[in-house]
Design a protein around this ligand. Structure first.
Ligand code: C5P
Length: 223
């Protein structure tokens, strides 16, 4: 069987309210480039071509297109509009995903992902139908319930990252489900549609830039 064509859906339509400030974090400049560009460049550095689908908010589209034009970045890409939640953003992006392909859905605010890791995830997702990165927590984990809290069995817990990779027919079928607030990532949608999810060892420093402290770290690493 021929290898399938590879695509990346990069979700970057969040408002970034936890960061404070007016500019959503994915557009903050680091080392002279928007954070989102650092993330997309990782996908462009692979040993095979990856079609890029970047989801941005309607009101940020002109800004992003102008940026790409003026800086000569990304000549061919699809740019669907963001939705009200991450689920709706991914759902909008799936119209641009060709059949018989493999797609990595990745947060625009995870710029530390490496080429080697992306290639590993694409291979696993293509082979198994779905593959998601998981990290065993090093800290003790407790569940809180009102004023009470309970220690959990740490060995049974995994923290889930992106990129989450799927064969196109799997993710397209799953995203026909109606929205449920319990869908916090793509795997939760695919699981609700009946698939068993495959965990792959994640990448420790593949963090989601969320707070001003994370942004300071990103500056140190990327500038
Ligand atoms: O808000 P959260 O941290 O879960 O966002 C994860 C990723 O999803 C971010 O890259 C954000 O830009 C994106 N997102 C989106 N559309 C939304 C909400 C979040 O593309 N409506």
């Amino acid at each position: 069987m021929d290898a399938r064509k590879k695509y990346a859906i990069i979700v970057a339509a969040g408002s970034g309210t936890r960061m404070g400030g007016d500019t959503p974090k994915q557009f903050i400049g680091i080392g002279g480039k928007p954070l989102l560009r650092h993330t997309i460049e990782r996908f462009l550095s692979l040993s095979f071509p990856v079609g890029i689908i970047v989801v941005v908010n309607q009101e940020k589209k002109e800004y992003w297109k102008d940026y790409c034009r003026q800086s000569g970045f990304l000549e061919r890409y699809a740019i669907p509009s963001g939705g009200i939640t991450r689920f709706h953003s991914v759902q909008n992006a799936l119209q641009y995903l060709p059949d018989d392909s493999v797609v990595a859905v990745h947060d625009g605010v995870r710029p530390f992902v490496t080429a080697e890791f992306l290639e590993k995830m694409f291979t696993a997702g293509e082979e198994m139908g779905n593959a998601i990165p998981a990290i065993a927590p090093v800290e003790t984990v407790r569940e809180v319930s009102g004023p009470e809290s309970y220690v959990l069995k740490r060995d049974d817990i995994r923290l889930i990252q992106t990129p989450q990779v799927f064969r196109s027919e799997v993710i397209k079928a799953a995203y026909k489900l109606p929205y449920d607030p319990a869908f916090t990532d793509d795997a939760s949608v695919v699981e609700a549609a009946g698939w068993r999810i495959n965990l792959v060892e994640g990448l420790k420093y593949n963090i989601k830039i969320t707070t001003p402290e994370d942004l300071a770290l990103a500056r140190l690493r990327l500038e």
